[in-house]
Design a protein around this ligand. Structure first.
Ligand SMILES: Cc1ncc(COP(=O)(O)O)c(C=O)c1O
Length: 444
């Protein structure tokens, strides 16, 4: 048996330059850091995960099993099987009072590919892409990859992390091509009100030409609290012709491993172009999982399963948010949807002298870190709680903002213990100084 070859450095000419211009989703980097922390000590409480801690409902499992038993394991329609496209069109149409032709629907392996395809298909190099900051990282990640110009719209805590006309209007320009929206929002849990969506729609129709697209990421559409209903900007007058509505099974049905997502395009012709891109990239997605998705969308067993999950998230929100607000130096908005708390830790950053510690780091480290990142790492390595930092959710616009994202997709006991540890860490000046002096880790 020959020994495994030792890794030689890759030649700098190996990859095309564009590879260095694509970003990432730091949530995936954290797994390795958690393992590293656990190798040195106790178990880490995971409040970093963007996936529901519920099993896939059994009726959906059975539908996938039936499809496998029926031998549905081959290539299929690259746009998505017609039965699933019809189910998506009917479900979204009924929710928002829209008449959707299933030929406008394209099915994807999850909610990520249509984000990249939107950048690829609609925005030429040099054109501007507007996206929320804080926001889901892939909106920003693709912008330099396609040599477009990033235009982050900074969402404000004082507006409940919604988006107002006043905030969006100054960012629109003749170069604007694509506008990403995401309500309920990852990472803030913010939900735009009907009035906000209406004024955004009016602004977009007034100030941008018909070839500007809004990408409305509605992945968390089912996870809304306090009896509120999910609204889509596509349902505002005139916006169906402008909006791409995207969602999938990952969050609504607790099925992140199913890799089924979809996008509804404004026209059949646009969907045809996206069908062509799909053929080039993945040809088709597993038909058995598409049958599972049909069951998910159509079965009367789904609404009660979703209700039970959303009730649990709301109960945990009501446990976690007041406990976070009780920590001296922390303020936390009440999320209206999704399953994240997004506490402002500015007071803790000040008390522990984190900003000064950050300023003392070398420039090449500071470029990849932030004061909130340092507190996130201190929490991970010294208090064994995994969270996400503000910087992981759109880097541009994150400067000077001190937030963490805590996923509440975890048990009540774990969440209570996590907040107790955060409270202890937030008082531990000596511990933080020691952590910084140890040089253990300053970046993700
Ligand atoms: C806002 C948002 N959009 C899209 C996705 C992609 O999810 P998936 O690819 O699992 O459908 C996520 C996942 O966290 C998300 O938070």
């Amino acid at each position: 048996m020959s020994a495994a070859p030792t890794a030689a450095p890759l030649p700098s000419t190996l990859f095309a330059d564009r590879v260095s211009r694509i970003g990432t989703e730091e949530a995936f980097a954290l797994g390795a850091l958690i393992r590293e922390a656990e190798a040195k000590g106790d178990r880490v409480i995971r409040c970093n995960l963007g996936q529901p801690d519920f099993p896939l409902p059994k009726h959906i499992v059975h539908a996938v099993q039936r499809a496998l038993d029926d031998g549905l394991t081959t290539y299929c329609d690259p746009q998505g099987i017609p039965e699933l496209r019809t189910a998506v069109a009917l479900s979204i149409g009924a929710k928002h009072g829209l008449d959707i032709n299933p030929e406008r629907v394209v099915v994807y392996p999850g909610g990520r590919p249509p984000i990249g395809f939107a950048h690829m298909a609609y925005s030429e190099a040099g054109q501007e892409v507007i996206y929320p900051s804080p926001g889901y990282p892939l909106f920003e990640s693709f912008v330099p990859y396609f040599r477009c110009a990033p235009v982050p719209v900074v969402l404000r805590e004082e507006h409940g992390f919604g988006l107002t006309r006043k905030e969006l209007e100054p960012l629109l320009s003749p170069r604007t091509k694509l506008i990403f929206l995401n309500f309920p929002s990852n990472p803030t849990g913010g939900v735009a009100t009907r009035a906000q969506l209406q004024e955004l729609a009016e602004l977009i129709l007034e100030k941008t030409p018909p070839d500007v697209r809004v990408y409305s990421d509605e992945s968390y559409e089912a996870i809304i609290f306090d009896g509120e209903e999910h609204l889509s900007i596509a349902a505002m007058p005139g916006m169906a012709a402008r909006t791409i509505i995207a969602s999938g099974v990952s969050k609504t049905y607790a099925w992140t491993g199913g890799r089924v997502g979809w996008a509804v395009y404004p026209t059949v012709e646009e969907a045809r172009v996206h069908r062509r891109l799909a053929i080039n990239y993945f040809a088709s997605i597993p038909p058995y999982n598409q049958w599972g998705a049909i069951e998910a969308l159509e079965s009367p067993e789904s609404p009660p399963a979703i209700r039970a999950m959303v009730d649990a998230f709301q109960r945990r929100r009501d446990l976690v948010v007041p406990a976070l607000n009780a920590i001296d130096g922390v303020t936390c908005q009440n999320p209206k949807g999704a399953f994240y708390a997004f506490p402002n830790i500015a007071g803790v950053v000040e008390r522990l002298g984190i900003e000064e510690a950050f300023d003392g780091l070398a420039q090449n480290i500071r470029d990849r870190s932030s004061p909130a990142t340092l507190f996130q790492l201190f929490l991970l390595y010294r208090y064994r709680v995994a969270t996400m930092d503000r910087r992981s959710f759109s880097t541009l616009g994150s400067e000077g903002q001190h937030y963490l994202r805590l996923s509440i997709a975890n048990s009540d006991d774990e969440l209570e213990e996590a907040v107790r540890r955060i409270a202890m860490a937030s008082q531990d000046e000596a511990g933080f100084r020691d952590f910084m002096a140890s040089g253990e880790r300053y970046t993700l």
